[in-house]
Write a protein that binds this ligand. Structure first.
Ligand SMILES: Nc1nc2c(c(=O)[nH]1)N[C@H]1C(S)=C(S)[C@@H](COP(=O)(O)OP(=O)(O)OC[C@H]3O[C@@H](n4cnc5c(=O)[nH]c(N)nc54)[C@H](O)[C@@H]3O)O[C@H]1N2
Ligand SMILES: Nc1nc2c(c(=O)[nH]1)N[C@H]1C(S)=C(S)[C@@H](COP(=O)(O)OP(=O)(O)OC[C@H]3O[C@@H](n4cnc5c(=O)[nH]c(N)nc54)[C@H](O)[C@@H]3O)O[C@H]1N2
Ligand code: SF4
Ligand SMILES: [Mo]
Length: 716
């Protein structure tokens, strides 16, 4: 068979790069960036290239396996489904619906078939014990969007192509390729802003890869951003620099906000944040001076103790500057598949609480940080059966030791995953899906947070063998076998589970705002799957445009600037003004991402080994000296929850008092069958993390700023 080039969107991160894949006899020969792609114009990063390694990975499972006293045994799909049905029904009969828990990981957003099927399958189980990687990542964003705009997924996105000043607080898009800002080739976009005379400014405890390219970088002490943000608002008020704007006219309670920020002057917060008052004044000068300025924050300000407050204040600053819903500011998307409107009925919060620690539900999920509590704490509705779909909570969730103890304690666990990793090793049954280039792709979730409205469908570049199944097929079968509910609901669920995701996509496209059946009349040039298949480079729909107030989901059709819940929490911020007691664990631990890595699961791909990807502890020279630590020395980092050994990397690129370690590492033990990952091993930062250390409003895990201590490992 001759070689052909197939085009597909890369699904690994949020950037949605177009790939040109050279295929021969159903094998990948090479992967390059697709130059004609209307969104990415040929951009690609090393992870996109690594999709070949993922496809060829000898450790990847393709058939179901069950655990036996003598090891894993390959079984047929029929037997696997029979086992799952029998075991989960047994658990449900004995303990009730809530005894089955589910965890859905990050790739469920990125695999199109999985994302389309996921909620129907989980709903079919009728359990309240639902957990997801969201609560390790983005629940503060959901909560702020819900409270201010009436919908968890109404996220304002930086209009990056038209900015002249971008203040990036706690994000490292040069490594992450952007988050809640789906846009390819961040390096080029930063450069363009600068070449047009604009500025990109980074606030981060570490001088990151993004800070390195930025116009200015300011070191900040972890978890002190809330003070800086309050001081910025205070300065805007003092300078009378809050222009009349549409967003402001739509917002309530500005006067109360002005009063709230009064105590937080730039002088008061300077020492505490580590940024002096002159620099804060300079940042505010620039925010005011530039006509297209925005503030953008991500994990550094989300996965921390003040995650919701930070996100709220960032959004508020953008509103005060008159930059919300404006070109050259932050805009909302209007995608071809309007998932926001389609999911409006699901955007609910605080309806019920978790059993052990009474954390409230947010968009139908409890915080993953309490998953281990719910498995290990005896009593009614204790989780006894568990389904993990595309997740690795043994590495991604806090307090890994407790999490692994919990996973080992389950009566029955099913993992839908293609690797035997730190989590799935605890399963009784693994159902591995066809993944990567074997799957079709349409980024319907990421289009909600993209910087332009575009549309692109990619058929699967590679076919699968008889013995393989897609996620959506696996979940569909489980949905039919494990459904519980009324007869009418069962009929609906059964029908839905049998519709091919392609058909669902096609329907959603056709009926969407740009579809052939969209709007109020039939559009000849409207979107359909067939039309998109003829355009592998994608279809340009529109730049982001103003959509308010029409697209507000609040009952009042107004923006709430001062949600009561957030205002109450401001009492706790006062505590930040009192110096901390840190004797026992004097250092703050923060995370780090690398371009050649993706959370915990791509460490098995040889092409991504080495380079700038290092699992080391970055430490300031003064901190290293005070502990007598030399560069490359192996040291112990410990907290109340555990200890890890890791190589020290002494660098003045990190603020004093803080250390940085990437997450997703710690691939060890006989149970894990990922040879390349194990060769690089690494240390698992989440072994140190307190699973009760949450943002108290959203219950999102507060990974960043975690207190730890270090000591030399004395040689024997
Ligand atoms: N300390 C610390 N911890 C963190 C973070 C941090 O910054 N610091 N970041 C947090 C964040 S932002 C996130 S999103 C979470 C991620 O947390 P998780 O989603 O729990 O972890 P991942 O490492 O993404 O693991 C993904 C799993 O999905 C599998 N997989 C990949 N593709 C597919 C597919 O198409 N189908 C199926 N069925 N399986 C697939 C992989 O083999 C792997 O087992 O980690 C969080 N944990
Ligand atoms: N290559 C690669 N790309 C990825 C991922 C990956 O693992 N690897 N993961 C994907 C996922 S799941 C996500 S959610 C996104 C995340 O996307 P980003 O949020 O852009 O990624 P991070 O590198 O975690 O950036 C967080 C930054 O916050 C800083 N920080 C830590 N604590 C604080 C603090 O208290 N205050 C301030 N101001 N800054 C702080 C850290 O030093 C870090 O530079 O990336 C996605 N893209
Ligand atoms: S930047 Fe993201 S989408 Fe683009 S090639 Fe890399 S991993 Fe894939
Ligand atoms: Mo994430």
């Amino acid at each position: 068979m001759s070689e052909t080039i197939k085009y597909r969107t890369c699904h690994l991160c949020e950037a949605m790069c177009g790939l040109a894949i050279e295929v021969k006899d159903n094998e990948v020969i090479a992967i390059k960036g697709h130059k004609e792609d209307i969104y990415s114009h040929g951009h690609i990063c090393p992870k996109g290239v690594a999709l070949k390694d993922l496809h060829d990975d000898p450790n990847r499972l393709k058939q179901p396996i069950k655990k036996t006293p003598t090891g894993w045994e390959t079984i047929s799909w029929e037997e696997a489904f029979d086992i799952a049905e029998k075991e989960f029904k047994k658990i449900r009969k004995k303990y009730g619906n809530d005894a089955i828990g589910t965890y859905t990981g990050n790739p469920t957003v990125h695999n199109t078939g999985t994302a389309i099927t996921l909620y129907d399958t989980i709903n079919a189980l009728n359990t309240r014990n639902r957990y997801a990687s969201h609560s390790l990542d983005s629940v503060p964003v959901f909560l702020v969007n819900q409270m201010m705009f009436g919908h968890a997924m109404m996220a304002p996105i930086p209009d990056i192509d038209h900015l002249d000043y971008m203040l990036i607080i706690g994000a490292n898009p040069m490594a992450s390729n952007g988050s809640f800002m789906s846009t390819p080739n961040i390096r080029e976009k930063i450069k363009t802003i600068q070449q047009k005379g604009g500025k990109v400014v980074v606030i981060d405890p570490r001088k990151t890869e993004t800070a390195d390219k930025a116009s200015e970088h300011y070191f900040i002490h972890p978890e002190k951003d809330v003070l800086l943000l309050l001081a910025i608002i205070n300065e805007l008020v003092l300078r009378n620099a809050i222009p009349a704007s549409k967003a402001l006219r739509l917002s309530d309670h500005l006067e109360e906000l002005k009063v709230m920020v009064q105590p937080y002057t730039k002088e008061v917060v300077a020492t505490l944040t580590g940024i002096n008052s002159k620099d804060i004044a300079h940042i505010v000068d620039d925010l005011i001076k530039h006509s297209n300025s925005v503030v953008y924050g991500r994990l550094g300000v989300n996965t921390q103790s003040y995650g919701t407050l930070c996100q709220w204040l960032i959004t508020s600053i953008n509103i005060l500057l008159g930059k919300l819903d404006e070109k050259g500011g932050l805009l909302f998307t209007l995608p071809a598949i309007d998932y926001v409107t389609l999911m409006a009925h699901e955007s609910k919060m605080f309806r019920y609480s978790s059993r052990v620690k009474s954390y409230k539900e947010i968009v139908g999920e409890f915080p993953t940080a309490t998953l281990a509590d719910e498995i290990l704490t005896k009593g009614k509705n204790q989780i006894r059966g568990f389904i993990s779909i595309a997740g690795n909570p043994a590495r991604s969730a806090p307090n890994s030791k407790l999490m692994e103890k919990a996973l080992a304690d389950l009566e029955f666990m099913l993992a839908i995953d293609m690797y035997i990793n730190e989590t799935t090793q605890h399963a009784d049954l693994i159902m591995p899906p066809a993944v990567g280039l074997e799957t079709m792709h349409y980024s319907f979730v990421l289009h909600i947070i993209a910087t332009r409205n575009t549309s692109k469908f990619s058929p699967a570049p590679l076919s699968i063998s008889e013995e393989q199944r897609y996620d959506w097929q696996i979940m569909g079968e489980l949905q039919r076998r494990l459904f519980t509910g009324t007869i009418f609901q069962r009929m609906k669920s059964n029908i839905m589970s049998r519709i091919h995701p392609r058909t669902k996509l096609d329907l959603a496209l056709k009926t969407g705002a740009y579809g052939v059946w969209g709007g109020r009349f039939l559009r000849k040039d409207g979107l359909s799957l067939k039309r998109l298949e003829q355009k592998p480079e994608g279809v340009e729909l529109s730049s982001l445009t103003s959509v308010l107030p029409k697209r507000l989901f609040t009952k009042t059709k107004r923006i709430e600037l001062m949600p009561e819940l957030f205002v109450k929490e401001m009492e706790k911020v006062k505590e930040l003004l009192i110096p901390e007691k840190t004797e026992q664990y004097p250092l703050k631990l923060i995370g780090r991402r690398h371009l050649r890595s993706n959370n915990s699961w791509m460490h098995n791909l040889p092409v991504l080994e080495g380079g700038s990807r290092t699992c080391t502890m970055m430490i300031h020279p003064d901190d290293a000296a005070s502990h007598g630590i030399l560069t490359q020395e192996i040291v112990e980092v410990y907290s109340k929850f555990g200890a890890i050994s890791i190589e020290a990397e002494i660098t003045s690129n990190i603020i004093q008092g803080t250390i940085s370690i990437p997450h997703g590492w710690g691939h060890h033990g006989d149970g894990v069958q990922m040879e390349t990952a194990k060769r690089n091993g690494g240390a698992n930062i989440n072994q140190l993390m307190d699973h009760d250390r949450l943002d108290p409003l959203s219950y999102n895990m507060a990974f960043n700023g975690h207190p730890v201590a270090i000591r030399k490992i004395e040689s024997v």
